[in-house]
Design a protein around this ligand. Structure first.
Ligand SMILES: NC(=O)c1ccc[n+]([C@@H]2O[C@H](COP(=O)([O-])OP(=O)(O)OC[C@H]3O[C@@H](n4cnc5c(N)ncnc54)[C@H](O)[C@@H]3O)[C@@H](O)[C@H]2O)c1
Ligand SMILES: O=C(O)C[C@H](O)C(=O)O
Ligand SMILES: [Mn+2]
Length: 575
């Protein structure tokens, strides 16, 4: 079957790839996966009915990049830049990715965190072209038919959100589609997954935001969110329809509120290859960064006392991964648990306290608090840091400014170089600004943040701020799972992604907590290869990669890596 009902990719006599479009003329210029714009050659223009429809001069891809980059630079705000790039993506995908790959570090904050947060908020107001697939309460009863309308036959990667907890900005209704689009842009730009193998999905189950429901321009369904059984019936249908239409696809669950995130992950992880980016991707990226910090300090992870601030999808995922990391260094479950302290909005999680089920495994035994001094019913952040003598502090609370100067100074009381990662996104939700943390700790804190921040100048030093964002994990994890045809994404594969990122950083950037994002295109294939290796070891891989060594797997990944280049076009033979 062709890749798409509008084209196929074939090989010529010499084995070179070419594209065979099934549409010609003006329509060809309107399909972003096919359109080369002014780069169509004269021969192609003649053969494909494009003569007279384009300017006479034929551009190279390089020239086109030059043109669009100049316009890009003239956009006056991050959101305008985002809109500009998204329009380019919807016009000509090869050109879009060629440009993004050339300027990855510059454009990631525009296409992804933090600007994507604004794009989510404004989604209905900046909407132009359709992209992705919407499952909504309007089409859920005939979802299988609706999925047939997606003109791609080889979708392998789906990012799906119900928009209930986008970044740290909460329920965003239909706007969450922008997150699915942004995450998949990274899969292609950083993970080498062809854009025609990806499908962004919005699961529009409604919104509880009155302002959105009342906004005449709002584009989602206008009712409150489905809950309980109705909600899960909706999701069951979605998963079933995906399984039928795209049996080889992996689903990445994104930005589900904590009330459902854990249930959704568990309900489907053995039904369809899937993982939750906020729980597992974030857990892995935090573990990798804390391991790097320990290496820089010349200490072991199992010696640290970790405080995780925030007990939602991200916080619990991070607590899980750090606990696993400590156990790997030889601690018992009990020993590890006493070293990973988790707080929610009511304070430290302690057994016996009222809390949701997913938090229970991370609650401290009451004995752990023996001799502690605190004022309220449960220790707050500062009290926990002081009493437990925390050495690592990780923020996943979405509470801007919650890592105050006294908090940072308290960390410094416990260790000469505290590890402090305000991981909440977007920038407006960060627990602390990195330069504040560095000043408050006299340059001694090891700092990484979820959103991108410029390096901090301090007493003649230039201190880079690592970006502890699951962007370092999910493209490699998803790619590795798909390329190894993994039946499921196991916890072992998630943790392997963390150690792979740690190893990559140690080898290539031994003085940093995370690699620069400009290196994502190297990081992701390496993470993918390690994930594949682990999938093989665990016996969940079903693909053609059986028996390959790590080097072999890396070669395999690289041979599949999609590059933004124009293929020559040959018209379909007339039958
Ligand atoms: N850096 C990354 O890669 C990354 C990944 C995932 C999430 N995050 C960030 O983490 C934040 C939370 O995301 P999530 O998906 O876990 O959301 P969530 O809604 O699942 O959880 C938020 C949690 O924050 C905690 N919280 C709220 N108010 C608090 C308060 N006053 N004090 C202490 N804790 C409080 C609660 O425990 C709540 O469960 C967001 O800002 C998100 O951007 C970052
Ligand atoms: O989207 C990001 O930047 C990371 C993470 O998935 C989040 O929800 O904050
Ligand atoms: Mn997320």
């Amino acid at each position: 079957m062709p890749v798409s009902r509008y084209y196929d990719v074939k090989r010529d006599e010499k084995g070179e790839r070419y594209l065979e479009p099934y549409v010609t003329g003006f329509l060809l210029l309107r399909l972003p996966l096919l359109n080369k714009g002014t780069a169509f050659t004269e021969e192609e223009r003649r053969a494909l009915g494009l003569e007279g429809l384009l300017p006479p001069h034929v551009n190279t891809l390089e020239e086109q990049k030059e043109r669009v980059y100049r316009r890009y630079r003239l956009q006056t705000s991050p959101l305008e830049k985002h809109i500009y790039l998204r329009n380019l993506q919807d016009r000509n995908e090869v050109l879009f990715y060629a440009l993004v790959v050339d300027h990855l570090e510059e454009m990631l904050p525009i296409l992804y965190t933090p600007t994507v947060g604004e794009a989510v908020r404004e989604f209905s107001h900046i909407y132009r072209y359709p992209r992705g697939f919407t499952a909504s309460t309007k089409n859920i009863d005939h979802l299988e038919e609706a999925l047939q309308n997606v003109p791609l036959e080889e979708v392998r990667l789906i990012v799906a959100t119900d928009s209930s907890a986008i970044l740290g900005i909460g329920d965003q209704g239909y706007g969450g589609m922008a997150i699915s689009i942004g995450k998949l842009t990274l899969y292609t730009a950083a993970g080498g997954v062809g854009p025609d193998k990806t499908l962004p999905v919005e699961l529009d189950v409604g919104t509880d935001r009155e302002d959105l429901l009342k906004d005449p321009l709002y584009l989602g369904v206008r009712h409150r969110r489905l809950r309980g059984e109705e909600y899960f019936r909706f999701l069951d249908r979605f998963v079933e329809a995906v399984r039928r239409r795209y049996p080889k696809a992996l689903i990445q669950w994104e930005d589900f509120a904590k009330e459902t995130a854990f249930q959704v992950l568990e309900r489907y992880r053995k039904v369809v290859p899937s993982f939750n980016d906020d729980i597992q991707g974030t857990g892995a990226v935090a573990l990798a960064g804390v391991l790097s910090a320990c290496r820089l300090k010349g200490e072991r992870l199992s010696e640290q006392v970790v405080v995780v601030y925030g007990a939602g999808a991200g916080g619990i995922g991070v607590a899980w991964a750090l606990l696993e990391g400590m156990k790997r260094e030889g601690l018992s479950e009990e020993e590890a648990k006493a070293r990973v302290l988790v707080l929610d909005s009511k304070g430290l999680l302690v057994e016996g306290r009222a809390m949701e089920d997913y938090k229970r495994p991370y609650a401290q035994r009451p004995e752990r608090l023996q001799g502690w001094r605190f004022a309220g019913a449960y220790p707050n952040l500062l009290e926990t840091i002081q009493n437990a003598r925390a050495t690592v502090l990780l923020g996943l609370s979405g509470q801007a400014g919650s890592f105050t100067e006294p908090v940072a100074r308290a960390m410094l009381e416990n260790t000469p170089s505290p590890v402090i990662f305000p991981l909440s996104n977007p920038t407006s939700a960060t627990e602390a600004l990195p330069d504040d943390l560095i000043y408050w700790t006299d340059g001694r804190a090891l700092v990484a943040a979820g959103s991108p921040f410029p390096p901090v100048g301090f007493k003649g030093r230039v201190i880079p701020v690592g970006q502890g964002n699951n962007a370092f994990i999910f493209p490699g994890l998803g790619l590795g799972a798909v390329l190894s045809r993994a039946r499921e994404v196991t916890d072992g594969m998630v943790l392997e992604a963390a150690y792979a990122l740690y190893d990559y950083t140690r080898e290539h950037f031994p003085h940093l907590l995370y690699p620069p994002v400009a290196r994502l295109r190297e990081v992701s294939p390496y993470v993918a290869a390690r994930v594949m290796q682990r999938a093989l070891e665990e016996g969940v891989a079903e693909g053609e990669v059986q028996g390959l060594s790590l080097e072999g797997l890396l070669e395999f990944v690289k041979s599949r890596f999609w590059e933004p280049r124009y293929l020559p076009y040959r018209p379909a033979p007339v039958i």
